[in-house]
Design a protein around this ligand. Structure first.
Ligand code: AMP
Ligand code: ZN
Length: 480
């Protein structure tokens, strides 16, 4: 598999360093509220990445942490008057429910920061001994950025304009892109942290956010591993600081490859909890969408391009174009899958282990190859639909149909897509031509091309179908 690497700015071939198992780390959720679908865009594309590796024959070892102590978890648990562990435990359970609804593979290890305080203290001790960290009067310990020559390589710091005089130490877990500062490894105990403090050689306090990932990478993946991943917002300062901590401490290159995922947007801006413009899986299910449709919509665009999820019209009315097309697309694939299955004479759907043993075949080979080529999910879906158009099951013999069926299932397993049940006979009976016109019309409506939309409505009517617009999409009914 080939993938873009943020460090070298190149697309590089991936191979396990130990020749056996591809070992990688993904920065996980901060468990202080529901994960929003922006977070899930990142986690889902990481899931597609892992599935692609496994389906191309590699074993993987996937570690994803839980941030259960930081400025935000402490602030919000205090506000609710709950012990930190109880508060983060609740949101961790909610996160797991969403992950399983979205058909995500569980990571092989999912360590939390609070359970690794001694590991973090050990790392600070090493860094102080090696001259990379210093303690301050309030019992905090800071990383001395100037002591690590390679600081800034990942985020190309030397090419950025830095804020004048910004070389002070920062205590906050998150800070601005143009601010380079010594950052906290250990934060001396403060009144506002309540009961959330631990003993250390520098006095009572708690770890800084960046340190947990370095400590847990060392514990579960060793000094060097194959790949490290997160959303693009983590490149600076989080991943830059992780590299500084780990490499100064361990004397080895932390990760061979850096995989960053671009953001999900709402009406052009980043979806985030702090901007209060976020959507959750539960919220979308309440609006009538299925988890499979949400998964489809979140993975259908390239991980290297931002994806605008919600469009708002002049009156602020929201619509979800990607979700509406997801429903149509999944139904279309399901109908084709069913026709192939009948023709091939196979019963039921294959599970993940069965799919891993399938031959790729010819019909969908291009679709899977696009995943192996820089995780090009839009190209994969494009190839799926052109194969569906090109190769009609009724023109295949049973062997061809079985090959195509297996190839389709490899692609679906790579994307992690579960197909909807085709219960309604009416849906299956809509001719492909009518469906395509209705999908085109839906796109035209999203683009506010009203004339084109009316023209398509007439064309659909001429074929004997009426298109009805509902709140969340369209419905096709035969005209009697
Ligand atoms: P957090 O829970 O904020 O620590 O973030 C968990 C993961 O979601 C990180 O990899 C973030 O980079 C990523 N993330 C946060 N917001 C977005 C967004 N709007 N779109 C895509 N990924 C995001
Ligand atoms: Zn991290």
């Amino acid at each position: 598999m080939r993938l873009y690497d943020t460090m070298s700015r190149e697309i590089r071939e991936l191979a396990p360093g130990d020749g056996k198992e591809f070992r990688f780390y993904c920065c996980g959720p901060t468990v202080y509220g529901p994960a929003h679908i922006g977070n899930f865009r990142t986690f889902l594309l990481q899931d597609v990445f892992r599935r692609t590796l496994e389906l191309s024959g590699l074993d993987t070892f996937h570690v994803r942490n839980l941030t259960d102590v930081d400025d935000k978890t402490i602030r919000d648990s205090q506000a609710e008057g709950k012990p930190l562990k109880e508060f983060t435990g609740f949101w961790t359970d909610r996160f797991h429910i969403d992950c399983s609804a979205l058909n995500m593979l569980e990571p092989h290890r999912e360590p939390g920061a609070v359970d690794h305080i001694p590991h973090q203290i050990e790392m600070i001790r090493d860094l102080v001994e090696k001259g990379h960290a210093y303690s301050s009067e309030d019992g905090s310990v800071y990383y001395k950025v100037s002591s690590f020559e390679k600081y800034g390589r990942l985020s190309r710091l030397d090419q950025r304009e830095l804020r004048a005089g910004a070389s002070n130490a920062v205590v906050n877990d998150e800070y601005e892109k143009d601010q380079v500062a010594d950052f906290a490894l250990w934060k001396g105990r403060r009144k506002e942290d309540g009961d959330n403090y631990w003993d250390s050689p520098w006095g009572e306090g708690r770890p800084g956010w960046h340190l947990e990932c370095s400590a847990m990478c060392r514990e579960y993946l060793g000094d060097s591993f194959d790949l490290h991943s997160g959303g693009v917002d983590l490149i600076f300062p989080h991943h830059e600081n992780e590299i500084a901590q780990s490499e100064a401490c361990n004397g080895a290159t932390m990760a061979d490859h850096w995989f960053h995922l671009t953001h999900l947007l709402v009406d052009g801006g980043k979806m985030s909890k702090s901007a209060n413009n976020f959507y959750t899986l539960t919220g979308l299910i309440e609006k009538g969408f299925s988890a499979a449709e949400v998964r489809f919509a979140l993975i259908c665009a390239s991980y290297r391009q931002p994806l605008n999820f919600v469009a708002k019209d002049g009156d602020g009315k929201e619509s979800f174009p990607a979700l509406n097309s997801a429903r149509q697309a999944l139904e279309r694939i399901a109908r084709y899958e069913e026709a192939l299955r009948e023709k091939a004479g196979v019963d039921g759907l294959p599970d993940w282990e069965q799919v891993k043993a399938f031959e790729k075949g010819e019909v969908f080979a291009g679709a899977f190859a696009a995943l192996e080529n820089d995780l090009n999910t839009p190209e994969t879906l494009g190839q799926v639909f052109s194969a569906i158009k090109r190769k009609k099951p009724e023109e295949m013999d049973s062997r061809e149909a079985k090959d195509a069926w297996q190839g389709l299932h490899i692609t679906l397993a790579g994307l992690g897509l579960k197909l909807p049940e085709l219960s309604s006979a009416a849906v299956q009976d809509i001719p492909a031509e009518v469906r395509e016109l209705a999908e085109k019309r839906s796109v035209a409506r999203t683009n506010r091309e009203w004339e084109e939309s009316d023209r398509l409505r007439d064309e659909i009517a001429a074929l004997g179908w009426e298109v009805k617009d509902g709140k969340e999409g369209f419905e096709l009914c035969p005209i009697n």
